[in-house]
Design a protein around this ligand. Structure first.
Ligand code: HAM
Length: 415
C-alpha cells in the first residue's frame, strides 16, 4: 500500500472541517485588524531562500530542477515570498502595507510530534514601517488570534536582537560570524558558543556579559535593565502593547530566532504543554527587500504554526463540534425516488445542506447513515404522505416525527 510521504499528512473530512473552522477564525481576526489576504506560489526560485539564509539552507529545502533547468524550491516559509511580491508589484502602494497569508510550507526536517515536512502557517506582515507601534500591532494581532482560538496556556516572549548584535559587534565579532554565534546563543549552547568566541578573541568578561544578556528574562519591569536604544524602544513597545490590552508578556533577551533576517524586535509564543516543539508562533522586525532588488524597507511580521496551535488546543481539551448536514432525504420505495430527488434539489436551492440516499437502502440502514452524517433531520418520502403533498420530518436528535407539507418543509427545517 502506498502511504503519504514521510512528514506529511492526509486530512480526513472531520479534521478538515475543524481546520477550516479555526483557519476562518484567524482570517476574521486579521481582517478586523485591517490586514488583507495574499497568496504566493508554493514553489519559488531557490535563489529567493538562499539569498536570505545562505546556501546551507539548501539542506532544509525541498529543492529541485524543473524541465526547463530552473532551480526551484518549495517554500519553507512565506516571508521571503511576501517581500518578493512586494518588491515585484506593491512597491508604490501606501505604507504600511498590511497583508496576511495562510498556506503550506515545506522543510526537510526530521519529523516528530508537532514537527512535519509539510506544515501550515498563518502569517502576517506589516511592510514599510519601523516604529514601536508597528511591532506592537504585529504582536497584538498574534495575541488576538491565539485568544480567538481559545488557547489559554501560552507565553509571549519579546526580545530585541539588536542588543546581542551590538554587544557582539562591540566585542569584535565580525559581521559574517554573527549569525553562527547567535544560533548557538539561541539554543543556549554556551559550551559551543564559548570556543567560537574564544577563536574570535572575545574577552572572557565580555563573554560572560553576553551570556548574562541571553539569560535576561522576566516581567516587563526587566526592560529597565536593557541598555541603550533597544531598552528605550522596548519600553515604548510595552507601553503601546499595554494600551492595546496585551500586558501579559515576558521580556527575554535570549529570543534570537532561527532565521537570520531579523534586525530589531523579535518575539515568540510558546505553548508549554507541547513539550519539545512548543513554539507556536514566531516573528519580529526585519529587512529583506534590498536583497531582492528593491529599496531597503523595514517590516515586521510573524507566523503562527497552525498545526502546532491546533495540537496545543487539543491538549487543553478544546473540542470542536462537527456541524453535520441539515437534512437527509430517504425515499421509502423506488416509485417515489424521483419525487425525493426533486425535494432534495428544492432544499439545496433554499440553502439547506442536504443529502439523499442514492443506494436504495432500507429505512433502518438509511437512518443509520443519516446519523453518521450528523443530519439534524431525516425527510422520509413515502407514497401515502405524498398523496397529501406531505413528507415525514424526523428530528434525528429526539426521534420525534411529524407530517409536514412539502411547501412548508424549508421553514420547518430552518426552524
Ligand atoms: P518560524 O519560526 O520558522 O518563522 O516558523 C513559524 C512557526 O511555524 C513556528 O513557530 C512553528 O510553530 C511553525 N513551524 C515551523 N517549522 C515547523 C514544522 N516543521 N512543523 C510544524 N510547524 C512548524 C517563520 O517562518 C517566519 N517566516 C515568521 C515571520 C514572518 N517572521 C517575520 N514575518
Amino acid at each position: 500500500m502506498i502511504q503519504c510521504p514521510r512528514g506529511t499528512r492526509d486530512f480526513l473530512p472531520d479534521e478538515m472541517e475543524r481546520r477550516r473552522y479555526y483557519e476562518g477564525k484567524l482570517r476574521s481576526v486579521a481582517l478586523r485588524f485591517g490586514f488583507r489576504e495574499t497568496e504566493t506560489p508554493i514553489f519559488e526560485d531557490a535563489e529567493l531562500f538562499i539569498l536570505r539564509s545562505g546556501p546551507n539552507v539548501l539542506n532544509e529545502l525541498y529543492a529541485f530542477k524543473d524541465k526547463g533547468d530552473r532551480d526551484l524550491a518549495l517554500r519553507p516559509e512565506m516571508t521571503a515570498p511576501a517581500i518578493r511580491m512586494f518588491v515585484n508589484s506593491m512597491g508604490n502602494e501606501p505604507k504600511p502595507i498590511k497583508i496576511f497569508y495562510f498556506g503550506q510550507c515545506f522543510r526537510y526536517e526530521r519529523p516528530q510530534g508537532g514537527r512535519y515536512r509539510e506544515f501550515f502557517q498563518f502569517g502576517a506582515e506589516l511592510i514599510g514601517s519601523a516604529t514601536p507601534d508597528t511591532d506592537a500591532e504585529a504582536i497584538a494581532l498574534a495575541a488576538a488570534m491565539i485568544e480567538a482560538l481559545g488557547l489559554k496556556n501560552y507565553k509571549i516572549r519579546i526580545g530585541h536582537i539588536g542588543v546581542l548584535r551590538q554587544k557582539l559587534a562591540d566585542a569584535g565579532v565580525p559581521n559574517e560570524k554573527t549569525a553562527e554565534v547567535l544560533q548557538k546563543l539561541d539554543k543556549k549552547l554556551y559550551d559551543e558558543a564559548r570556543p567560537m568566541m574564544e577563536d574570535l578573541n572575545v574577552d572572557q568578561d565580555v563573554m560572560g556579559e553576553i551570556f548574562e544578556l541571553t539569560e535576561t528574562v522576566g516581567g516587563t519591569d526587566i526592560v529597565d535593565k536593557v541598555p541603550g536604544e533597544a531598552g528605550k524602544y522596548l519600553r515604548s513597545l510595552i507601553a503601546i502593547l499595554s494600551a492595546m490590552g496585551v500586558s501579559d508578556v515576558e521580556i527575554d533577551l535570549g529570543v534570537v530566532r532561527g532565521l537570520d533576517y531579523y534586525t530589531g524586535m523579535v518575539f515568540e509564543v510558546e505553548a508549554p504543554a507541547l513539550g519539545a516543539e512548543k513554539q507556536i508562533c514566531g516573528g519580529g522586525s526585519y529587512t529583506l527587500s534590498e536583497l531582492f532588488g528593491g529599496e531597503k524597507v523595514f517590516s515586521t511580521g510573524f507566523a503562527i504554526g497552525f498545526d502546532r496551535i491546533l495540537l496545543a488546543m487539543e491538549k487543553e481539551g478544546i473540542t470542536y463540534e462537527q456541524t453535520g448536514i441539515d437534512a437527509y432525504v430517504v425515499p421509502v420505495s423506488e416509485d417515489v425516488r424521483i419525487k425525493a430527488t426533486e425535494i432534495t434539489a428544492m432544499l439545496r436551492k433554499a440553502g439547506i445542506s442536504c443529502d439523499m440516499d442514492i443506494m436504495g437502502r432500507k429505512m433502518a440502514k438509511a437512518l443509520k447513515y443519516a446519523s453518521s452524517a450528523r443530519a439534524k433531520f431525516a425527510v422520509i418520502v413515502g407514497k401515502n404522505e405524498l398523496e397529501g403533498d406531505s413528507v415525514t420530518l424526523r428530528d434525528m436528535g429526539s426521534g420525534d416525527q411529524e407530517t409536514v407539507l412539502i411547501s412548508e418543509l424549508v421553514s420547518a427545517i430552518q426552524g
